[in-house]
Design a protein around this ligand. Structure first.
Ligand SMILES: [Zn+2]
Length: 500
């Protein structure tokens, strides 16, 4: 049994102006052909796929595995290169018995709104109609009809925060191999939901809407006829005409059952839509509430500048507000500013420096501020992810410095990196236990990183390309109506897209 394995993983953001080029992938990884096996000891979907192939004595035909931090749409040249580096070894390796691609689902390309659909279609063209193709996806995927018709199975993460990347790879590969061996005959139904919400309330534990949906989805999977159930709350930071959330159900030969269950889940997602809208605080109010509490840390969640959602991480809106307020207590905060990081590194540890800080990568969302402080630490910015989608791989912030402004410790990084736990702060010696306030640029993973230690957390109302309230985003192409721009939609229908 020969299984072709590839991966192309990025969450794009069409509300940032710069495009993603190959250098950004090189900062994470591009493993071509045999090098794909370098992912085996990681937490990635590819690692889970490789393990299942090994267990089943399947020969792996390695294509290319490439991933990078979320950022703007891929340039045409970048996508063309990566597409080719997956398809060329695929063509050479024919015939294969099955194909698995580990994708995100919310990647965009300047010239192609639905690159995952395009890639799956291209693979389908190579392997023909009979060879099964499975794709794994992020829970924040935008699943399109093109993807559904090209793939045999689409299997998304079931957890947010995403700590199930490896097991998603295992699930996808198990489905593929069972199909190749003729043990199952997957048929798939997808139901789109016109819901475009920020991830802040989308955790799959607790009492939020996604927790309820996830519980129902897992209950469906108790039926041996149901092979996989995915509920995808879309990454809201793209501006495509049909962008939205969806549900996908794969059954063993029963398309009616798949369609019925996908439809029920989609209606439930829509009915719970108000639960996706988070409570947001003015910075001053969040600080006032935090200061009235004993101890810390109190998290100030600056979701609007989430590098994990494609933002540049260069916003100083929160820092400016905190300095203006003269916050009492030790504060940790982070910002991407390569020129400022270099200036600190050139000045060396212990030096007093004055800098223009912030909004140098993406001037669209604000203006730099003038700060003066003491350089406390300089590092090369390398750290190892302790878990999540990049678990076991290295993150690279580039030259980084800690600048102390009175009691505020600013981690200045040269490059944005995805946040999983507190790896960035920890790598420069900023211990969360010492802080009264911590600035966090993420809508969700902080719940995981600071679960044991945070006193409280407040989503703050700041500008940026990944805001907690998506009504702040200047959508132009997404066709109305959709929630939450439109509170309700009259005579809403839930059309089912099938592949059987
Ligand atoms: Zn995600």
């Amino acid at each position: 049994m020969r299984i072709a394995v590839g991966s192309l993983f990025q969450e794009s953001n069409e509300f940032v102006s710069r495009h993603t080029e190959l250098d950004l992938f090189h900062n994470s990884y591009i493993y071509e052909r045999e090098d794909l096996h370098l992912l085996a000891p990681t937490n990635t979907e590819v690692a889970g796929v490789l393990a299942i192939c090994k267990e089943n004595d399947a020969e792996v035909v390695p294509l290319t595995a490439a991933a990078c931090v979320p950022s703007g749409s891929l340039s045409k040249a970048c996508y063309t290169y990566l597409r080719k580096s997956i398809l060329a070894p695929m063509r050479e390796a024919m015939p294969v018995d099955g194909v698995i691609l580990c994708l995100h689902g919310s990647m965009t390309v300047v010239s192609e709104g639905d690159p995952e659909g395009d890639l799956l279609e291209a693979v389908r063209e190579i392997v023909g109609p009979r060879v099964p193709i499975v794709a794994t996806l992020d829970l924040h995927a935008w699943i399109t009809p093109k993807m559904v018709s090209a793939a045999t199975g689409l299997v998304a993460y079931t957890h947010y925060p995403h700590d199930d990347t490896y097991s998603t790879g295992e699930r996808g590969a198990s489905l593929l191999i069972a199909t190749v061996l003729g043990k199952v005959r997957p048929v798939m139904a997808m139901c789109p939901v016109p819901l475009v919400a920020a991830g802040c309330n989308g955790m799959t534990f607790g009492d939020g809407p996604m927790a309820h949906l996830t519980a129902r989805a897992r209950a469906y999977e108790q039926d041996p006829a149901v092979l996989s159930t995915s509920c995808c709350a879309v990454h809201p930071n793209n501006d495509q005409p049909e962008l939205g959330s969806s549900t996908v159900v794969i059954t063993d030969g029963d398309i009616q059952l798949a369609s019925d269950l996908a439809g029920v889940l989609a209606r439930e997602m829509w009915d719970r839509r108000q639960g996706f809208v988070p409570e947001i605080f003015e910075v001053a109010e969040a600080v006032r509430k935090g200061e009235s509490m004993d101890g810390g840390p109190v998290l100030l969640v600056d979701t609007a500048d989430c590098a994990g959602g494609g933002a540049p991480g260069d916003s100083v809106a929160l820092l400016a507000e905190l300095l203006k307020l003269g916050v009492a207590g030790r504060t940790h905060i982070m910002v991407v500013d390569p020129a400022a990081a270099k200036k600190c590194a050139d000045a060396d540890v212990g030096a007093a420096v004055s800098l223009e800080l912030g909004y140098h990568v993406e001037p669209r969302w604000g203006k730099p501020i003038q700060v003066s402080g003491v350089v406390e630490r300089i590092t090369d910015g390398r750290f190892r992810y302790t878990g999540g989608i990049y678990g076991g791989t290295d993150g690279m912030m580039g030259t980084s410095a800690v600048l102390r402004i009175s009691q505020t410790y600013v981690l200045i990084m040269s490059r944005p990196t995805y946040d999983w736990a507190d790896e960035q702060y920890a790598s420069v010696g900023l211990d969360m236990r010492l802080a009264k306030f911590i600035g966090v640029k993420n809508p969700m993973n902080y719940r995981h990183a600071y679960r044991e230690s945070a006193k409280a957390s407040f989503l703050v109302d700041t500008p940026g390309p990944t805001p907690a309230d998506v009504r702040r985003l200047p959508y132009e192409r997404r066709l109305r109506p959709f929630f939450p721009i439109d509170e309700d939609i009259e005579n809403l229908e839930f059309p089912i897209v099938v592949n059987c």
